[in-house]
Ligand binder design. Structure first.
Ligand code: UDP
Length: 237
């Protein structure tokens, strides 16, 4: 299979790892994702991953219930590290060398984030999983994905979701929702479409990093997007 992209950044939400569970991590889902990533890596593509933490803890939600926002965000960032380490384990069980780098130092369990080192791992064919988001409260892991993608010079961000791409309405509640095949960054910002948050979109726009939003739960989709098949929604320009 031909590949269009040399270095990709895959953004996995925490909820993607949760599957149908109400909370936490579904090991079967994590193994399935690891299998797909392993196949992409075997085809010679460099893969970096930013993983969210919404399956465990969300800062905004906790602060709405009275917790200090910045403190809650730090808990959220630490939650992403649990997901990152779990993903690393699953990838290594598939034979893929994987390094976790965290934006909040936790050197007993992961490397600290060092940009040049991350790039070196990728060049050696290792997967790098970035944990702890950007390391700053008031941000999201979507914005961390845009930031890391720019830093490591990724060709594209793959935003994995539960639905087929970006729609003009919620496809899970509205059967007439229409899927966009492609969108400009401006369109996404003007219409406030739920691709990634606006800070992340603005960063991608400024740094010319396209985003492909696609359904993670259809087997083989990660390889399809890597091979340049037009699935999901392309956001660029
Ligand atoms: N978070 C943060 N700074 C970051 C990234 C994440 O403070 O740079 C916190 C924030 O509280 C967020 C939580 O970590 O709610 C989990 O990340 P996110 O909600 O982005 O995860 P996802 O929606 O992708 O599962």
């Amino acid at each position: 299979m031909g590949t269009t992209y040399q270095r990709v950044l895959l953004k996995l939400s925490g909820e993607a790892l949760m599957g149908d569970l109400g909370y936490g991590i579904d090991p079967t889902i994590v193994q399935a994702i690891a299998q797909e990533v392993a196949e992409v890596v075997a085809s010679g593509v460099q893969v970096a991953i930013v993983v969210g933490g919404g399956n465990i803890f969300r800062g905004v939600k906790a602060s709405a219930k009275g917790m200090d926002r910045a403190t809650a965000d730090y808990v959220g960032m630490i939650a992403t590290v649990m997901n990152a380490i779990t993903l690393q384990d699953a990838l290594e069980q598939k034979g893929v060398q994987t390094r976790v780098q965290t934006a909040i130092a936790m050197q007993e369990v992961a490397e600290p984030y060092i940009r040049r080192r991350a790039i070196r791992h990728l060049e050696k064919g290792r997967v790098v999983v970035f944990g702890a988001g950007s390391g700053n409260p008031f941000f999201t892991t979507d914005t961390a994905a845009a930031l890391r993608a720019a830093e490591i010079d990724a060709n594209v961000i793959f935003k994995a979701t539960k639905v087929d791409g970006v729609y003009d309405a919620d496809p899970q509640t509205n059967p007439d929702a229409k899927l966009f095949k492609s969108l400009t960054f401006k369109h996404v910002l003007d219409r406030d479409l739920r691709v990634m948050d606006s800070t992340a979109i603005a960063m991608c726009r400024e740094n010319n990093i396209p985003i492909i939003v696609f359904n993670l739960f259809e087997r083989g989709n990660i390889q399809r997007v890597v091979a340049g098949e037009t699935i999901g929604t392309f956001v660029g320009g």
